[in-house]
Design a protein around this ligand. Structure first.
Ligand code: ATP
Ligand code: TZP
Ligand code: MG
Ligand code: MG
Length: 263
């Protein structure tokens, strides 16, 4: 059975501590996929919410001291109760604060998967890559080697997304080549993807790398279909159709269209 089927059958509760830009889009994307989003960042409840959830997503997009403490409380609770944690280091490298807080979060808890663009992951791993705010700049490095090095250094699954996506635990590596450039014209498509990875990890058992790879490939397939059917329109229509496709792509369509390669 595919992880996609398990996600839809099990309808896991997914705890998101995310940024103010993408909160609504993330909740709608998770609902479309077939899971239950729960956005909660009050210090008084985050440990309880993390404990009752099937995955926790920590996203530093609009960082402040309140949210950092929320993330640490939620992350520690998730670790104590065997709940997987996804970290999206939005804008790490763009400011020293974001890089420093990402390191602090990684030091305070066990992260299951780190998902970011190439510049964010490079900066978290102590490497250089050009960055422009929350977007990756052009760079010339070997993205696969960078992801593998980061995974070994940080001790978690590392997912670098872009034109091609790399998913690795430092030993085994997948390349996913679905997707569409119009994804970069809708804010929050990276952030929602991190939460979708969380949804797949929620049903993964021990197979965390395979489930992460399937999540990334599934998301790219949904985007490709949505982009094709809104080709004559713009990012607004794409965004709506993309939500539709997160609900409509079946395991059969996914298998037919997925371009996921194990290196
Ligand atoms: P950034 O802020 O740099 O855009 P992000 O956090 O938004 O980063 P992306 O790397 O844009 O995340 O990844 C979000 C989704 O968009 C992923 O599914 C990825 O595969 C896809 N994607 C990004 N760029 C392209 C591209 N040029 N062609 C196809 N798919 C892409
Ligand atoms: N500013 C702070 S967080 C954010 C912006 C624009 C959203 C970033 O979303 P994504 O998914 O990384 O493009
Ligand atoms: Mg983006
Ligand atoms: Mg991002």
């Amino acid at each position: 059975m595919s992880y996609l089927t398990k996600v839809r059958e099990q309808n896991p509760l997914i705890h998101n501590i995310t940024n103010i830009v993408v909160t609504n889009f993330t909740a709608n994307g998770l609902l479309a996929l077939g899971v239950s989003p729960f956005m909660a960042d009050a210090h008084e409840e985050v440990a309880d919410v993390a404990k009752m959830s099937a995955a926790v997503i920590l996203n530093i997009g609009t960082l402040n001291e309140h949210v950092i403490r929320s993330m640490i409380l939620a992350g520690k609770s998730a670790n104590a109760h065997g709940v997987p944690v996804v970290l999206d280091p939005v804008g790490a490298g763009a400011t020293a604060y974001r890089t420093e807080i990402t390191h602090k979060l990684i030091g305070e808890m066990q992260i299951t998967a780190l998902r970011g663009n190439v510049a964010e992951v490079a900066h978290v791993a102590g490497e250089q890559w050009s960055i422009k705010g929350v977007d990756a700049g052009a760079g010339e490095g070997d993205v696969v080697a960078l992801a593998q090095k980061a995974a070994r250094k940080l001790g978690c699954i590392v997912i670098i997304t872009g034109k091609e996506d790399v998913i690795t635990d430092g030993e085994v590596t997948f390349i996913a080549s679905n997707g569409h450039p119009i994804l970069t014209k809708v804010t929050g498509t990276g952030c929602l993807l991190s939460s979708v990875v969380g949804a797949f990890l929620a049903v993964a058992g021990q197979s965390t790398l395979e489930a992460s790879a399937e999540a990334i490939s599934f998301y790219g397939v949904a985007a490709e279909i949505a982009a094709e059917s809104t080709a004559q329109q713009g990012p607004g229509s794409f965004q709506i159709e993309f939500l539709n496709q997160l609900a409509l792509v079946t395991p059969e369509i996914f298998l037919e269209k997925s371009r996921l390669q194990k290196l």
